[in-house]
Design a protein around this ligand. Structure first.
Ligand SMILES: N[C@@H](CCC(=O)N[C@@H](CS)C(=O)NCC(=O)O)C(=O)O
Length: 224
């Protein structure tokens, strides 16, 4: 049985849970999830550091394999349990485009959105860097404009079918929306991105998104 380490309030753990939920619609995929990280601890224990020296979640164990980095885990799961591309398109072009958005999510989009997310949900009010929070949020508006433009021409990030890249992107968009709703007094209003909104509605109605996604900012309530 696969073992997934990580608390479900982590965006990167949510990616893996969502992917596994999509795959479970066909394959008999058996996995257990163990809460780790933040108040759950475990991730800094010597045993855990042998699995993932970064001390971060998610970490996946599948047989002999210990795997970390959420987007690599997504690719591994799709290649291993969906080789035929039934759930995630596996043709070269779709994979290349999905990979591009996966890398962009980790290297460009999330670093911008992470500033307002952590700044507003974890840092005590008196210690908040509001200038940094505001800049991160407006940078996120700007970056998501690129996605909106791409979605003008196609239903999902890599073409006409839902793919791994959409998982990583939609979880960021979900947090972008929740942050704007939760902290309107500290953040500039979200631009109206018609194609991105339509894509997000498609994600909400046509995928397993609703089974794992946050409906409120769980990280602001560490007891959950
Ligand atoms: N690039 C890594 C980042 C992993 C990461 O930063 N994980 C965070 C949660 S989203 C973590 O483990 N934080 C420490 C904790 O939860 O205690 C990935 O995509 O998996």
């Amino acid at each position: 049985m696969m073992r997934l380490w990580g608390r479900k309030s982590s965006i990167n753990v949510q990616k893996v849970m969502w992917c596994l939920t999509e795959l479970q619609r066909q394959e008999q995929i058996d996995y257990e999830r163990i809460d780790a990280g933040l108040h759950f601890g475990i991730n800094t224990s010597p045993e855990f550091l042998k699995l993932n020296p970064n001390g971060l979640v998610p970490t996946l164990q599948d047989g002999q394999l210990n795997l970390w980095e959420s987007n690599s885990i997504l690719r591994y799961l799709a290649r291993t349990y969906d080789a035929a591309g039934n759930f995630f398109p596996s043709d070269n072009l779709s994979q290349a485009n999905s990979d591009k958005w996966l890398d962009w999510q980790l290297s460009i989009l999330w670093p911008a959105l992470r500033l307002p997310f952590l700044g507003l949900t974890r840092v005590p009010e008196a210690e908040r860097n509001y200038a940094g929070i505001s800049k991160g949020f407006t940078d996120t508006h700007h970056y998501l404009g690129f996605l909106n433009t791409a979605l003008q021409k196609q239903a999902y990030c890599s073409g006409e079918r839902f793919n791994l890249g959409d998982i990583a992107l939609a979880l960021c968009v979900n947090r972008w929306i929740l942050l704007a709703e939760t902290f309107p007094e500290h953040l500039t209003a979200r631009p109206q991105y018609e194609y991105l909104e339509n894509w997000f509605k498609r994600i909400q109605t046509q995928t397993q998104f609703a089974t794992i996604a946050e409906t409120e900012l769980m990280a602001s309530k560490p007891q959950i």
